[in-house]
Design a protein around this ligand. Structure first.
Ligand SMILES: Cc1cc2nc3c(=O)[nH]c(=O)nc-3n(C[C@H](O)[C@H](O)[C@H](O)COP(=O)(O)OP(=O)(O)OC[C@H]3O[C@@H](n4cnc5c(N)ncnc54)[C@H](O)[C@@H]3O)c2cc1C
Length: 273
C-alpha cells in the first residue's frame, strides 16, 4: 500500500513550524525521524494532509548540562544519544536501553522526541524518562511549558501535547548523590518490541523509581521500590494490565513480577552516574 497524497513543508525555524501548525490545524502532522509515522502512512493508518518536517531544526538539537539537568533536544536521534559522552556519564540507563530499540537503521533516524510524542506503551524511552524523573519541554507560539513524564503519558498513543505545541526538549534532573540504574526487557527476538520491560533508578538516599512498560496503556511508575515485596504487592493491587497483539494479561502480569524480582533483588547495581 502507498501513502495517501500529502503536501510537504520544511520550515527553517520553530516559529515557521508553529505558523504551519496554526495554518493547517488538524490536517498538519509533524515529521521527525519518520520511523513510526512513515510506516503508519504507508498503511494508511495515518493520513496527514500536510507533513511539517522538523527533522532539521537546529532549535530541537543539542545535548547539554543546564541548571542541574541534562537537556536533550527532542530531535536527538537514538544513535546520537548513544554516542554522547554526557549521556553515558549522567544517564547510563539510556545507554543500556537504546540498543534494545529496533536495529541500527531505525536508531539512526528515530528521535527521542518522536518516541515520547508517539507514546507507544511498548517503547523504551518513555519508560526510561519516567524512571529518571524527566520533564518534557513543550513549546508553542504562545511560549513554553514543562510537563513531568507522569503527566505527559496519558495512554496508548496519547500525550499531553496540545494542538500547536511541539515537544522541544527533555530535561533530566541530575541528582545530588550518585544514581544507579538497571534496565531489562523481555522480547521474542533482539530488537523486537518488548512483551514486558522495566527500568529502575535508585540513589544513595534509598529513593528508587521502578517503572514497568509494555504491560499497560502507558509506562507505570510502581510504588514501593526499592522493597521488592512492596512492589510485587503494588503490581497485584494497582497495575491495570493491557494485552497486546501477542501477549495476554496473565502473561504480562507474570512477566512484570519476574522483572520486579530480577531488578530489585540484585544487591549491587552495575550502572552508576
Ligand atoms: C522496524 C521498526 C522497529 C521499531 N522498534 C521499536 C522498538 O523496539 N522500540 C521503540 O520504542 N520504537 C521502535 N520503533 C519506533 C521508532 O523508535 C520510532 O523512531 C519512534 O517511535 C518515533 O520517532 P521518530 O523520530 O521516528 O518520529 P516520527 O515517526 O517522525 O513521529 C512519530 C509521531 O510523533 C510526532 N512527533 C515527532 N516529533 C515530535 C515533536 N518533537 N513534537 C511533537 N510531536 C512529534 C509525529 O507527528 C508523529 O505523530 C520501531 C520502528 C520500526 C520502523
Amino acid at each position: 500500500m502507498r501513502a495517501a497524497p500529502f503536501a510537504y513543508l520544511r520550515p527553517d525555524s520553530l516559529e515557521e513550524a508553529f505558523e504551519a501548525l496554526a495554518q493547517f490545524g488538524d490536517e498538519a502532522q509533524l515529521l521527525a525521524g519518520g520511523q513510526s509515522l512513515m510506516p503508519a502512512m504507508a498503511l494508511r493508518m495515518a493520513r496527514p494532509g500536510v507533513l511539517v518536517d522538523i527533522s532539521r531544526l537546529a532549535a530541537l538539537r543539542g545535548i547539554a548540562l543546564e541548571e542541574g539537568a541534562l537537556v536533550l533536544g527532542a530531535g536527538t536521534t537514538y544513535a546520537e544519544a548513544l554516542r554522547a559522552p554526557l549521556v553515558a556519564t549522567h544517564t547510563p540507563l539510556l545507554v543500556e536501553a537504546i540498543p534494545h530499540i529496533a536495529h541500527e537503521a531505525v536508531r539512526s533516524r528515530g528521535t527521542l522526541g518522536g518516541s515520547l510524542a508517539n507514546a507507544d506503551p511498548a517503547s523504551e524511552m518513555p519508560a526510561c524518562m519516567l524512571a529518571l524523573g524527566a520533564q518534557v519541554v513543550l513549546r508553542s507560539a504562545e511560549g513554553e511549558r514543562a510537563v513531568s513524564m507522569e503527566e505527559f503519558a496519558l495512554g496508548t498513543y496519547t500525550t499531553a501535547i496540545e494542538p500547536g505545541e511541539i515537544l522541544a526538549a527533555i530535561r533530566i534532573p541530575l541528582p545530588e548523590s550518585p544514581r544507579r540504574s538497571r534496565f531489562r526487557e523481555i522480547a521474542r527476538r533482539s530488537g523486537d518490541y518488548a512483551m514486558a520491560g522495566a527500568a529502575l533508578v535508585s540513589d544513595e538516599a534509598g529513593e528508587a523509581r521502578f517503572v514497568l512498560f509494555a504491560v499497560s496503556d502507558r509506562p507505570i511508575l510502581v510504588p514501593g521500590a526499592p522493597d521488592v515485596d512492596a512492589v510485587l504487592a503494588a503490581i497485584d493491587a494497582e497495575v491495570e494490565f493491557f494485552p497486546d497483539n501477542h501477549v495476554g494479561i496473565s502473561t504480562k502480569r507474570h512477566l512484570a513480577g519476574v522483572l520486579a524480582r530480577d531488578l530489585l533483588s540484585r544487591s549491587a547495581p552495575k550502572e552508576a552516574a
